[in-house]
Design a binder for this molecule. Structure first.
Ligand SMILES: Cc1cc2nc3c(=O)[nH]c(=O)nc-3n(C[C@H](O)[C@H](O)[C@H](O)COP(=O)(O)O)c2cc1C
Length: 189
Protein backbone atom coordinates (compact mmCIF):
# COMPACT_ATOMS: atom_id res chain seq x y z
CA UNK A 1 0.00 0.00 0.00
CA UNK A 2 1.38 3.41 -1.01
CA UNK A 3 0.49 6.94 0.01
CA UNK A 4 0.28 9.53 -2.78
CA UNK A 5 0.00 13.30 -2.87
CA UNK A 6 -2.48 14.64 -5.43
CA UNK A 7 -2.41 18.17 -6.86
CA UNK A 8 -4.93 19.69 -9.24
CA UNK A 9 -3.69 22.52 -11.40
CA UNK A 10 -7.20 23.97 -11.69
CA UNK A 11 -9.25 25.84 -9.10
CA UNK A 12 -12.48 25.71 -11.13
CA UNK A 13 -15.32 23.94 -9.35
CA UNK A 14 -16.29 22.22 -12.60
CA UNK A 15 -12.67 21.52 -13.64
CA UNK A 16 -12.13 18.70 -16.11
CA UNK A 17 -8.62 18.25 -14.74
CA UNK A 18 -9.80 17.84 -11.15
CA UNK A 19 -12.29 15.27 -12.44
CA UNK A 20 -9.52 13.46 -14.28
CA UNK A 21 -7.41 13.53 -11.13
CA UNK A 22 -10.37 12.01 -9.28
CA UNK A 23 -10.57 9.31 -11.94
CA UNK A 24 -6.93 8.40 -11.37
CA UNK A 25 -7.10 8.55 -7.59
CA UNK A 26 -10.29 6.46 -7.51
CA UNK A 27 -8.47 3.71 -9.41
CA UNK A 28 -5.46 3.98 -7.08
CA UNK A 29 -7.70 3.82 -4.00
CA UNK A 30 -9.29 0.69 -5.46
CA UNK A 31 -5.82 -0.83 -5.20
CA UNK A 32 -5.71 0.06 -1.49
CA UNK A 33 -3.47 3.10 -1.89
CA UNK A 34 -4.20 6.28 0.06
CA UNK A 35 -4.39 9.79 -1.38
CA UNK A 36 -3.79 13.18 0.19
CA UNK A 37 -4.94 16.23 -1.78
CA UNK A 38 -2.66 19.27 -1.62
CA UNK A 39 -3.83 22.74 -2.70
CA UNK A 40 -0.47 23.65 -4.22
CA UNK A 41 -1.87 25.44 -7.28
CA UNK A 42 -4.01 27.82 -5.24
CA UNK A 43 -3.94 31.15 -7.12
CA UNK A 44 -4.07 32.95 -3.75
CA UNK A 45 -0.50 31.87 -3.00
CA UNK A 46 1.84 34.86 -3.35
CA UNK A 47 3.60 35.03 -6.69
CA UNK A 48 7.09 33.62 -6.15
CA UNK A 49 9.98 36.05 -6.27
CA UNK A 50 13.17 36.08 -4.28
CA UNK A 51 12.17 39.43 -2.81
CA UNK A 52 8.80 38.09 -1.63
CA UNK A 53 10.58 35.03 -0.28
CA UNK A 54 12.92 37.16 1.81
CA UNK A 55 10.23 39.58 2.96
CA UNK A 56 7.37 37.15 3.64
CA UNK A 57 8.97 33.70 3.88
CA UNK A 58 7.59 30.49 2.48
CA UNK A 59 3.78 30.18 2.51
CA UNK A 60 2.72 27.54 5.10
CA UNK A 61 0.81 25.62 2.40
CA UNK A 62 4.10 25.14 0.55
CA UNK A 63 5.99 24.05 3.65
CA UNK A 64 3.20 21.54 4.35
CA UNK A 65 3.28 20.30 0.75
CA UNK A 66 7.04 19.75 0.84
CA UNK A 67 6.76 17.81 4.09
CA UNK A 68 3.88 15.71 2.78
CA UNK A 69 5.65 14.98 -0.50
CA UNK A 70 8.85 14.01 1.27
CA UNK A 71 6.92 11.48 3.34
CA UNK A 72 4.86 10.12 0.45
CA UNK A 73 5.41 7.41 -2.14
CA UNK A 74 4.60 9.56 -5.15
CA UNK A 75 2.97 12.57 -6.72
CA UNK A 76 -0.03 12.78 -9.03
CA UNK A 77 -0.60 16.08 -10.82
CA UNK A 78 -3.55 17.13 -12.96
CA UNK A 79 -2.20 19.68 -15.42
CA UNK A 80 -4.52 21.93 -17.43
CA UNK A 81 -3.05 23.22 -20.68
CA UNK A 82 -2.78 26.99 -21.04
CA UNK A 83 -1.23 27.92 -24.38
CA UNK A 84 0.67 24.68 -24.43
CA UNK A 85 2.07 25.03 -20.93
CA UNK A 86 1.06 24.33 -17.34
CA UNK A 87 -1.05 27.12 -15.73
CA UNK A 88 0.81 29.93 -13.90
CA UNK A 89 -0.67 28.96 -10.52
CA UNK A 90 0.71 25.43 -10.80
CA UNK A 91 4.15 26.64 -11.85
CA UNK A 92 4.05 29.13 -8.98
CA UNK A 93 3.29 26.45 -6.39
CA UNK A 94 5.95 24.15 -7.79
CA UNK A 95 8.51 26.96 -7.90
CA UNK A 96 7.93 27.76 -4.22
CA UNK A 97 8.28 24.02 -3.48
CA UNK A 98 11.81 23.86 -4.84
CA UNK A 99 13.05 26.03 -1.94
CA UNK A 100 13.48 25.39 1.76
CA UNK A 101 12.15 27.68 4.47
CA UNK A 102 15.48 29.52 4.61
CA UNK A 103 15.24 30.45 0.93
CA UNK A 104 17.78 27.92 -0.34
CA UNK A 105 17.23 25.62 -3.31
CA UNK A 106 16.20 22.19 -2.03
CA UNK A 107 14.81 19.55 -4.37
CA UNK A 108 14.80 16.71 -1.83
CA UNK A 109 10.99 16.28 -1.87
CA UNK A 110 11.17 15.61 -5.62
CA UNK A 111 14.26 13.38 -5.79
CA UNK A 112 13.36 9.92 -7.10
CA UNK A 113 9.70 10.65 -6.45
CA UNK A 114 7.43 8.71 -8.83
CA UNK A 115 5.16 11.17 -10.67
CA UNK A 116 1.96 10.48 -12.57
CA UNK A 117 0.65 13.24 -14.82
CA UNK A 118 -2.97 13.51 -15.91
CA UNK A 119 -4.56 16.15 -18.09
CA UNK A 120 -7.86 17.00 -19.71
CA UNK A 121 -8.88 19.54 -22.27
CA UNK A 122 -11.87 20.34 -24.45
CA UNK A 123 -9.43 20.05 -27.36
CA UNK A 124 -8.52 16.92 -29.26
CA UNK A 125 -5.05 16.47 -27.76
CA UNK A 126 -6.15 16.29 -24.12
CA UNK A 127 -3.43 18.63 -22.86
CA UNK A 128 -0.52 16.51 -24.03
CA UNK A 129 1.69 19.54 -24.72
CA UNK A 130 1.37 20.82 -21.15
CA UNK A 131 1.69 17.29 -19.74
CA UNK A 132 4.92 16.78 -21.70
CA UNK A 133 6.31 20.11 -20.51
CA UNK A 134 5.41 19.24 -16.92
CA UNK A 135 7.07 15.83 -17.28
CA UNK A 136 10.25 17.51 -18.46
CA UNK A 137 10.05 20.05 -15.62
CA UNK A 138 9.60 17.37 -12.95
CA UNK A 139 12.41 15.32 -14.48
CA UNK A 140 14.61 18.37 -14.03
CA UNK A 141 13.70 18.42 -10.33
CA UNK A 142 14.82 14.80 -9.99
CA UNK A 143 11.41 13.13 -10.25
CA UNK A 144 10.76 9.75 -11.83
CA UNK A 145 8.10 10.24 -14.48
CA UNK A 146 5.65 7.45 -15.24
CA UNK A 147 5.92 7.19 -19.03
CA UNK A 148 2.18 7.18 -19.78
CA UNK A 149 -0.15 10.12 -19.12
CA UNK A 150 -3.85 9.81 -18.39
CA UNK A 151 -5.24 12.19 -21.02
CA UNK A 152 -8.94 12.95 -21.43
CA UNK A 153 -9.43 14.80 -24.73
CA UNK A 154 -12.71 16.32 -25.97
CA UNK A 155 -13.65 16.80 -22.34
CA UNK A 156 -17.16 18.14 -22.96
CA UNK A 157 -18.00 14.84 -24.65
CA UNK A 158 -15.99 12.65 -22.26
CA UNK A 159 -17.61 14.02 -19.11
CA UNK A 160 -21.37 13.94 -18.69
CA UNK A 161 -22.39 17.25 -17.05
CA UNK A 162 -25.10 15.39 -15.13
CA UNK A 163 -22.81 12.76 -13.69
CA UNK A 164 -19.48 12.61 -11.89
CA UNK A 165 -18.50 9.66 -14.06
CA UNK A 166 -16.48 9.85 -17.27
CA UNK A 167 -17.09 7.74 -20.34
CA UNK A 168 -16.25 4.07 -19.84
CA UNK A 169 -13.07 4.02 -21.99
CA UNK A 170 -11.49 6.68 -19.79
CA UNK A 171 -12.39 4.83 -16.60
CA UNK A 172 -10.80 1.71 -18.04
CA UNK A 173 -7.73 3.68 -19.09
CA UNK A 174 -7.48 5.15 -15.57
CA UNK A 175 -7.56 1.65 -14.07
CA UNK A 176 -4.87 0.44 -16.46
CA UNK A 177 -2.62 3.43 -15.73
CA UNK A 178 -3.19 3.13 -11.97
CA UNK A 179 -2.09 -0.51 -12.12
CA UNK A 180 1.00 0.41 -14.12
CA UNK A 181 1.86 3.33 -11.83
CA UNK A 182 1.48 1.10 -8.77
CA UNK A 183 4.05 -1.30 -10.18
CA UNK A 184 6.29 1.63 -11.16
CA UNK A 185 6.25 2.80 -7.52
CA UNK A 186 7.34 -0.51 -6.07
CA UNK A 187 10.90 0.20 -5.01
CA UNK A 188 13.25 -2.76 -4.95
CA UNK A 189 13.91 -3.69 -1.31
C1 LIG B 1 -5.55 31.07 -21.12
C2 LIG B 1 -6.01 29.74 -21.65
C3 LIG B 1 -5.24 29.05 -22.54
C4 LIG B 1 -5.64 27.80 -23.00
N1 LIG B 1 -4.81 27.10 -23.84
C5 LIG B 1 -5.15 25.84 -24.19
C6 LIG B 1 -4.24 25.04 -24.95
O1 LIG B 1 -3.14 25.43 -25.29
N2 LIG B 1 -4.63 23.78 -25.26
C7 LIG B 1 -5.84 23.26 -24.86
O2 LIG B 1 -6.12 22.12 -25.18
N3 LIG B 1 -6.71 23.99 -24.14
C8 LIG B 1 -6.40 25.26 -23.79
N4 LIG B 1 -7.27 26.01 -23.04
C9 LIG B 1 -8.56 25.44 -22.65
C10 LIG B 1 -8.46 24.67 -21.34
O3 LIG B 1 -7.96 23.38 -21.63
C11 LIG B 1 -9.84 24.58 -20.71
O4 LIG B 1 -10.26 25.88 -20.30
C12 LIG B 1 -9.89 23.60 -19.56
O5 LIG B 1 -11.24 23.34 -19.25
C13 LIG B 1 -9.16 24.15 -18.32
O6 LIG B 1 -9.02 23.11 -17.38
P1 LIG B 1 -10.05 22.84 -16.18
O7 LIG B 1 -11.36 22.42 -16.83
O8 LIG B 1 -9.45 21.75 -15.40
O9 LIG B 1 -10.21 24.11 -15.39
C14 LIG B 1 -6.87 27.26 -22.58
C15 LIG B 1 -7.66 27.98 -21.67
C16 LIG B 1 -7.25 29.19 -21.21
C17 LIG B 1 -8.11 29.94 -20.21
Amino acid sequence: MAHFVAVSGSDRAESFNTRTLALATKSLKAQKHTIENAPLADPRLPLYSQVVEIEQGQPPEVTAFRHTLLNSDGLIIACPEFNGLMPPALLNGLTWSTRDTKGNPDLKPFYLTPCLIVSSSPGGLGGIRAASQLANYLLGLGGLIYPEFLLVANAYQAYDPNSSESLVPFSQKAEQIAEGFSRFCERPS
